[in-house]
Design a protein around this ligand. Structure first.
Ligand code: NDP
Ligand code: MG
Length: 380
């Protein structure tokens, strides 16, 4: 039995991880954590019988304790609770599927406790990759990518040496607004931006995909996971999302992973690596597919991607500013407090105003996040 815990078990990646556990039947789920969805947590507790469950708010945790008083599951809350689930005894793998920088401390503490990390929570690596990757190496734990592009790169690296990478070809669907110009994005509504052509995901990442900022975060994520410079990562728009990413080696050979868009594949690969397991679902049929298309990303309209390259190239605390500004701007957009294009404007403004800190500590990262939030909140 594989023993795992999941942070963000009620979300898109979290629920699909539990589907993988259910379908395989040999994964024991010892711990779960979520923000506030205790209705779904209760169902998950009754099906998977975890030992420990963390809920972010203490009030909700108390409500859940009452609901599941007939079970053996213990309910904890707050950051302490998240850390308890991340470091609990008996688990081998922590699936980090919370959304946002909230994942940094739990990820660091899980690594300190010797857990392998199945990493979906890209914001953590974008902001604290310089702390996490060396720590993982020191503790001898694996960081297994769940993000589909990074899983594709990881799969394309099997049997090859990382030092033979010439470049990484990071594919992008281009999102729902591919081909549009800035003037056509002025009046974008939340509902429009939440319609992704190929993938069904949580709200934040769906907005990020529409602005191409998700791809920007992924460029920086790739830098940390695969030890390359951001300028070795080339974004290629592949509208059908069949090619999930590629690696070009020094001899010109290109390795890729292809498949239908289904997050259960990278989740399952991360959980069982290096084993491959049967996965039910639709398969690519090249006869009916006919052709695959490729385009260059429009980094003038979707300049958040350009800002991500700048943040990744500069390093230090600038990626934290890029990420934190995006997190708050996206949540304001989702609450209909700002317009769509303001997301990019806010990020650019915060990056311009920031005095970069080289090699920031965890504390400095969190201070930078707070200062970025303060700057954005003082705009209004
Ligand atoms: P969702 O919004 O669907 O889920 C987020 C999860 O995090 C929920 O379980 C939520 O709980 C939980 N959560 C939020 N805040 C807290 C908190 N303070 N404490 C504990 N748990 C919390 O997101 P996704 O599953 O789409 O994405 C998760 C991560 O994976 C993101 O970093 C995203 O970029 C990445 N990712 C996602 C992909 C996808 O296909 N969805 C693909 C590749 C990467 P609650 O429901 O109670 O609010
Ligand atoms: Mg992705």
């Amino acid at each position: 039995m594989k023993k795992i815990a999941i942070l963000g078990s009620t979300g898109s990646i979290g629920t699909q991880t539990l589907e993988v556990a259910r379908e395989n039947g040999d994964i024991e789920v010892l711990g779960l954590a979520a923000g506030s969805n205790i209705r779904l947590l209760e169902e998950q507790i009754r099906e998977f019988h975890p030992r420990l469950v963390a809920v972010w708010s203490e009030d909700k945790a108390q409500e859940l304790r009452v609901k599941i008083a007939d079970t053996d599951t213990k309910v904890v809350s707050g950051m302490e609770g998240l850390l308890d689930v991340s470091t609990m005894s008996g688990t081998e793998i922590l699936v980090t599927a919370v959304v946002g920088m909230i994942g940094i401390r739990p990820t660091i503490e899980a690594i300190n406790a010797g857990k392998d990390i199945a990493l979906a929570n890209k914001e953590t690596l974008v902001t604290a990759g310089h702390l996490i990757m060396p720590l993982a190496k020191e503790k001898g734990v694996s960081i297994l990518p769940v993000d589909s592009e990074h899983s594709a790169i990881f799969q394309s690296l099997q049997g090859n040496e990382q030092k033979a990478i010439h470049k990484i070809l990071l594919t992008a669907s281009g999102g729902p607004f591919r081909g549009r110009k800035a003037e056509e994005l002025l009046e974008i509504k939340v509902e429009d931006a939440l319609k992704h052509p190929n993938w069904s995901m949580g709200q934040k990442i769906t907005i990020d995909s529409s602005t191409m900022i998700n791809k920007g975060l992924e460029v920086i994520e790739a830098k940390w996971l695969f030890g390359v410079d951001v300028d070795q990562v080339q974004v290629v728009v592949q509208p059908q999302s069949i090619i999930h990413s590629m690696v070009e080696y020094v001899d010109g050979a290109i390795m890729a992973e292809l498949g239908t868009p289904d997050m259960k594949l990278p989740i399952q690969y991360a959980l069982y690596y290096p084993e491959r397991r049967y996965l039910p679902g639709e398969r690519v049929d090249f006869w009916s597919l006919g052709k695959l298309e490729f385009e260059k990303p429009d980094m003038e309209t979707f300049y958040g991607l350009k800002l991500a390259y700048e943040a990744g190239r500069t390093g230090g605390s600038l990626p934290t500013v890029f990420n934190a500004a995006n997190e708050l701007a996206v949540s304001q957009f989702l609450k209909r407090e700002i317009k769509y294009l303001e997301i990019m404007e806010i990020i650019e403004d915060c990056m311009k105003a920031h005095k970069n800190i080289d090699n920031p500590t965890l504390e400095q990262i969190l201070e930078t996040e707070a200062a970025t939030y303060e700057r954005i909140n003082s705009r209004r």
